[in-house]
Design a protein around this ligand. Structure first.
Ligand code: HEM
Length: 466
């Protein structure tokens, strides 16, 4: 069938939906509604941009399994144009084609496999120890001595500290300290980036407007990466001059191996922070919320931990493989609240999808939020049921393409193993130390889209001593 025959909302109704009815904060809901109304494949126009949305697990699998060697997520011309204009390189998120392939193959050697991430266990556990102390301090400031208001603030610093430790091989003590200039700069930049993403992910014409470089200039800045990289370079130079041994994190490796230019290292340092902080902290926040709301699940997870590790033992990456339920908790949290509710791909060949001929160069939107709530794939889809992820036998397995929160294939999340490890290790320690409960300050929280899928209000929960 021809693309012209494909159903979908009219441009005018999209404009009303987004500009009149605050659609930007409800992109996940609109995705669900459109799939119900128009079917599992539908088209939308956003100004000049045509987007074909796919809300079907098997079609999503077909697209991702057939990908070439350098898949393209979306049109990043504006982003790249701005960077070229300023003499800046692009990082993994924004790079395309051969440049992306080259950078990805350098970075993947260090962070992609579970055993690569396992190297960071010691560093992560040190930050977790600070996290526990911080929980104790923060709850002592509240009248009931137990509630922490807006847990995301805490997890944001935790996620940033871990990435700093992995990248620069040093602690910035963000969880311990109250605030410092670097933190404010980074928080500000990530905030700007989030605003930018809400516009970019909506594929609205604003990103293609004549003043695009001006628009982007407001948002994209490498100051975060530059601070770290320049400091590290100076340090390495003086160590080399003194003949000292060189050790350290990812940055040291990148600077010493010289496989990427310094500009590319700036860009990747920045983009990894942008990609790895909010995503992880929102997921941790949702997980604590869901566990507080589901004491019976929390009890089962606690028993699993205690049976395997007792109440004091520090977990390692290897231990996590013996704790299927806690892994199920993370998968189920990301199914209910996928930080990226949708993802993009630009077709690199003509393709037939769902019976339609989709020409090369078409922007596809993969509707992960919708497939995650598909009752045929996940019975009682709205319920938090981590046990659905336990593999009893091959037949009972949940088919992963319905919920792929880290993407799939060669362009999937490069930080997946790090994110999983930092979430698992912190949850295990938190649950060994505390029972997470609702408090009188816990209000119902739902998702809203703000670039990423974020909580629509603060998550306030109690951490009660075990
Ligand atoms: C819960 C946490 C996280 C989630 C849910 C998540 C999810 C994702 C998703 C869905 C993508 C797009 C994949 C695709 O297009 O197929 C992505 C890309 C990416 N993520 Fe993550 N992410 C998380 C944490 C992290 C962390 C901790 C890092 C850094 C260490 C990171 C770095 C990146 C980068 C650099 C990309 C771009 C990869 C490329 O284009 O080659 N992410 N992530």
């Amino acid at each position: 069938k021809d693309l012209r025959e494909m159903p979908g909302p009219k441009t005018l109704s999209n404009l009303i939906e987004f500009f009149w009815k605050d659609g930007f904060s409800r992109i996940h809901e609109i995705q669900l509604n459109h799939a119900q109304q128009y079917g599992k494949i539908f088209k939308s126009h956003f100004g000049p941009q045509l987007v074909v949305s796919i809300a079907d697990r098997d079609m999503v699998a077909q697209i991702l399994r057939l990908e070439g060697q350098a898949p393209q997520r979306s049109n990043m011309e504006s982003w790249q144009e701005y960077r070229e204009l300023r003499g800046r390189a692009t990082g993994l998120i924004s790079a395309e084609g051969d440049q992306w392939l080259r950078m990805r193959s350098v970075l993947r050697q260090k962070v992609v496999k579970p055993k690569d991430a396992a190297v960071f266990t010691g560093g992560i556990n040190e930050v977790v120890a600070d996290l526990i102390k911080r929980v104790n301090f923060l709850r002592s400031q509240e009248a009931d001595g137990e509630t922490i208001c807006n847990v995301n603030d805490l997890f944001f610093k935790y996620a940033m500290e871990i990435l700093a430790c992995i990248q620069i091989g040093e602690f910035l003590n963000l969880v311990r300290a109250n605030k410092c200039t670097t933190v404010s700069t980074i928080i500000g930049s990530i905030g700007n980036y989030r605003e930018f993403l809400s516009i970019l992910t909506s594929s609205f014409p604003i990103v293609h407007c004549p003043n695009q470089t001006l628009c982007l200039g407001l948002f994209l800045d490498d100051s975060i990466g530059q601070i770290h990289v320049d400091n590290k370079l100076k340090e390495l130079q003086s160590k080399l001059e003194c003949g000292e041994e060189i050790t350290g994190g990812l940055l040291t490796y990148l600077l010493m191996s010289k496989e990427l230019t310094v500009e590319e290292i700036y860009a990747n340092t920045t983009e990894m922070l942008l990609a790895g902080v909010d995503t992880t902290s929102f997921t941790l926040s949702w997980t604590t919320y869901l566990l507080a709301k589901h004491p019976e699940v929390q009890q089962a997870v606690y028993e699993e931990i205690v049976n395997n590790l007792g109440t004091q033992q520090l977990p390692t990456a290897e231990d996590v493989s013996k704790l299927p339920l806690i892994r199920g908790v993370l998968k189920e949290t990301l199914r209910l609240f996928p930080v990226l509710p949708g993802n993009g791909r630009v077709t690199q060949e003509d393709m037939v999808i769902g019976g339609y001929l989709i020409p090369k160069g078409t922007q596809l939107a993969l509707c992960h939020y919708t497939t995650s709530y598909d009752e045929d794939l996940f019975p009682s889809a709205k319920e938090f049921r981590p046990e659905r992820w336990l593999r009893k036998d091959n037949l009972d397995r949940v088919d992963n393409f319905g919920s792929i929160p880290f993407g799939y294939g060669i362009r999937s999340c490069i930080g997946k193993r790090i994110a999983e490890l930092e979430i698992h290790l912190s949850l295990i320690r938190l649950l060994q130390a505390f029972q997470i409960d609702v408090s009188s300050k816990t209000k119902p929280v739902g998702p809203k889209t703000h670039g990423l899928l974020t909580p629509d209000g603060p998550i306030n929960v109690r951490f009660v001593d075990r």
